[in-house]
Ligand binder design. Sequence first.
Ligand SMILES: Cc1cc2nc3c(=O)[nH]c(=O)nc-3n(C[C@H](O)[C@H](O)[C@H](O)COP(=O)(O)O)c2cc1C
Length: 186
Amino acid sequence: MDIFETIKNRHSVGKVKADALPRDVIVQLLEAGSQAPNHFKVRPWRFVVLTGNGRNKLGDVMADSLRARQPDLPPEGLDKTRALPLRAPVIIAVGVDKPTEAKIPDLENYAAASAACQNILLAAHALSLGAIWRTGDWARDAKVKEFLGFESDQHIAGFLYIGYPESVGEYPLRPSFEDRTVWISS
Ligand SMILES: Cc1cc2nc3c(=O)[nH]c(=O)nc-3n(C[C@H](O)[C@H](O)[C@H](O)COP(=O)(O)O)c2cc1C
C-alpha cells in the first residue's frame, strides 16, 4: 500500500471482531512502532501487549481502581468498566520512559512514543486491521500503571486497541492543512 494512501485512509476503528490476531502480525506492528524517530536514540517507548486473559486482568484492575474511588458505584458500573479492555483482541499499551539524563526533555520522549503509536496505527491500517488510539483517565491511573509495570510518574502515551475490523469504514474527509500553516520564505 502506498504510504500516502495509508496515511490518508487510516481512520480510527473502534469496533473490531473478537478473533485473535496471529503473533507474527502483532510482531509486525511492534516492529513498525520501533522504527519511530527518537532524539538521543533512547527509544523511550515501552510496549505492553495485552491479549486473551491479560485483557481481563487489566479490566479487573480498572474496576478495582474505580471501586476505590467510587465505593458506592453499583456492580453494573464496575462490570462495564471491567469489560472495556475486551473491546479488541489486542491492546498495546505504550508507556514513555522518563529521561535518564538532564539533556533529554520529557516532552521529546513523549513525542517519540507518540510517533511509535502512529507508526503502529499506520501499520495496522496497511495490514487491513482496525485500530484506535485511546487514552482517557486510564492512561493516568496509578493502579493501571502499576499493573502494566510502569512507575507512577511515567506517562502512558496510549492504549492501541487493534483487531480485524467489523466492516470497512468510511474513509475520512479531513480539513485541509491550510488554516494550520504559514509559509515563511523571505
Ligand atoms: C493522544 C490521543 C488520545 C486519544 N484518545 C481517545 C480516547 O480516549 N477515546 C477515543 O474514542 N478516541 C481517542 N483518540 C482517537 C481520536 O478520537 C481520533 O483519532 C480522532 O477522532 C480522529 O479520528 P481518526 O483517527 O479517524 O482520524 C485519541 C487520539 C489521540 C491522538
